[in-house]
Design a protein around this ligand. Structure first.
Ligand code: COA
Length: 567
């Protein structure tokens, strides 16, 4: 079938749906919902059998839903309506939630129901639940709806009929007065829930050091107490605020009135205020990198917020990595975080720097140092284990390891070009030909599209896929890594690895790859073409796209996507 995805942005859910529908052999194209005319133009060009709207911020125009079947993905259970579904579900402690696929009609979220899927809720941020449970449920529900659409005689269920059985209801936009934290009264669990139901967007409006800010990235601060509402400590990137019965770490904040009006680490935004605060060591406070060991395997966790890795974070991780290589283990597993493995250099920190060009340079060099240390490790077999997605330099950093394992729902975006034609580094010019071959390397870097684990496996970006519920991923990785460490031939594997590294080095030193890549990056950062700086600004400030990139809008340029599908 010809399916048009009409969407506000190519977000994680839309990316998963795009690859899943392509896997199901549908012809899929994307149009950003910019205005009525552009949407209509896309329909005229593509002549879709079906329109699916995975992520919209406004209603589908009458002229479109009246003439085409348009299926809306709503992140709520049957009967639930309104723009803050997940926010209410988290705030109201729902044990289970769901996704409903309904047909667009004159009333928002009230059309006939084509499919729905429920899942168990988890104690996590809204963004995390959206990227995981909601996305998985949405893919299943849309696939079901598409099957229903193709089957003769299927009649979608009118909402009114199902409402008799449904638990959902119409809920308003969750305003900031509902989200507001009453620090004197709210206990830690309530504060966490309020912040999590607004994280990644819009955040909870609050006050810090006399400034109005929005809070994100909250964690319980164990063992800390103070006068409710007071900032009582700092740790790593976070500051600690006392609640009615304890305290919470706040990792990230946004000050809309500041000249850097985007999310930044709390101790960066309030650098001048936090020096005097009680400093809690990271391993007792806000911990971003930690190591654990079991059965001859060392596990390095680095759940950096949004998968972004600043210069300092890369350096901290490198220190921890070097320590891990000194341990008496045989395998090191780079675990990343639950939501992202890595999304490359930290674009917000770069945007906030005095000289974004200099900070970009420092950040990419710190990433390269990390990548180089991984590539050059001959004491251990190194595994990258992706629980969550990876993008840009994050994918190539993962490929620096001997093997890359990923959960079956992971989506990779192994390209830099969308960031203003960034050339990229992390030794990708060495790693891609080595693990993927020249042909695949070319395909990967030119495609500029998300890929699922099947394609990544075929192309050599991954070595193995771990199936099953995400909740079982870490223990599955541990079992697999322990089995690898136990193998009789592990010392032989290490010897072969060392010999291969020596041979590669003799053919072309790593330093040459680095020099060549950085020469191109220098032009991106310091050259006459400002594309990277413009693209980064637009990304960090979330400037709405005014057109759909041709790499996504296959109906506008039949070349790119069509070629990829045929390949
Ligand atoms: N630096 C800073 N923030 C980043 C980031 C980065 N490298 N990559 C992602 N983020 C942030 C986003 O701004 C967003 O923030 P929010 O919490 O305010 O919404 C959040 O992480 C999630 O990203 P989003 O773009 O919404 O996720 P997605 O799943 O739709 O798309 C990517 C994933 C990787 C395609 C996309 O995030 C991206 O292009 N990131 C930039 C990658 C890059 O160019 N890195 C630099 C070169 S190495």
């Amino acid at each position: 079938m010809r399916i048009l995805l009409l969407t506000h942005a190519f977000n994680s859910l839309t990316q998963r749906l795009f690859v899943a529908l392509q896997q199901d052999k549908h012809e899929v194209t994307i149009e950003f919902d910019i205005n009525d005319e552009t949407a209509q133009e896309a329909i005229d060009l593509f002549q879709p059998d079906l329109i699916v709207a995975p992520y919209l911020k406004r209603a589908i125009p009458d002229s479109i839903w009246q003439n085409h079947t348009c299926l809306i993905v709503h992140p709520g259970i049957v009967g639930d309506r309104g723009p803050s579904s997940l926010d209410w579900a988290i705030l109201n402690h729902k044990n289970s939630w769901g996704v409903t696929v309904l047909q667009a009609n004159a009333e928002m979220d009230a059309g006939d129901i084509w499919a729905s899927f429920e899942f168990e809720m988890r104690n996590a941020t809204k963004a995390s639940i959206y990227r995981n449970e909601v996305t998985t449920a949405a893919v299943t529900a849309v696939q079901q709806a598409v099957e229903h659409f193709q089957s003769v005689g299927f009649k979608p269920m009118p909402l009114k009929q199902k409402l008799l059985l449904a638990k959902g209801k119409l809920r308003p936009l969750m305003a900031q007065n509902v989200r507001r934290i009453n620090w004197q009264k709210d206990d830690t669990a309530t504060v966490l829930r309020k912040i999590r139901c607004a994280d990644g967007f819009p955040g909870v409006r609050d006050e810090l050091f006399g400034r109005e800010v929005f809070l994100y990235d909250a964690h319980a601060a164990k063992g800390l107490h103070g006068e409710a509402g007071e900032v009582i400590a700092r740790s790593g990137l976070a500051i600690c605020k006392a609640t009615a019965d304890g305290a919470v770490w706040i990792g990230h904040v946004k000050d809309k009135a500041h000249h850097h009006a985007f999310k930044l680490p709390a101790t960066v935004l309030f650098a001048d205020k936090v020096q005097a605060l009680f400093d809690v060591p990271e391993d007792e406070g806000y911990q971003q990198v930690w190591y654990e060991e079991a059965h001859d395997v060392g596990y390095l966790h680095f759940p950096f917020y949004n998968g972004a890795m600043s210069t300092q974070q890369c350096q901290d991780l490198l220190v921890a990595y070097r320590q891990a290589t000194q341990c008496n283990t045989k395998v090191i597993v780079l675990m990343g975080g639950a939501d992202f493995w890595s999304n490359g250099i930290h674009l917000n920190m770069i945007e906030a720097a005095k000289s974004p060009a200099d900070e970009s340079w420092a950040n990419i060099n710190a990433m390269n140092d990390l990548s180089e240390a991984i590539i050059c490790t001959t004491s251990h077999i190194v595994i990258s284990a992706m629980q969550g997605n990876a993008g840009a330099g994050g994918v190539f950093l993962a490929r620096a390891a001997d093997e890359v394992w990923a959960h079956e729902h992971v989506i990779l975006n192994p390209h830099y070009k969308d960031m203003g034609n960034l050339y990229g580094s992390e030794y990708w010019t060495y790693l891609l030909p080595k693990y993927c071959g020249d042909e695949h390397a070319k395909r990967i870097t030119q495609a500029r599209l998300p890929m699922d684990v099947g394609e990544a496996l075929d192309l050599g970006l991954l070595n193995d896929v771990i199936t099953g519920e995400k909740i079982g991923f870490v223990s599955a990785v541990k079992t697999k890594a322990a089995a690898l460490a136990e193998q009789d031939n592990i010392y032989k594997m290490l010897q072969e690895k060392e010999a291969q590294r020596d041979q590669d080095e003799a053919e072309k030193p790593l330093s040459t790859y680095r020099e060549e890549e950085l020469k191109r990056m220098k032009k991106n950062f310091y050259g006459f073409d400002p594309s990277y700086h413009v693209a980064r600004y637009n990304f960090v400030y979330k400037v709405c796209k005014s057109r759909t990139p041709l790499t996504l809008a296959a109906h506008r340029s039949m070349g790119t996507n069509a070629t990829r599908r045929a390949a």
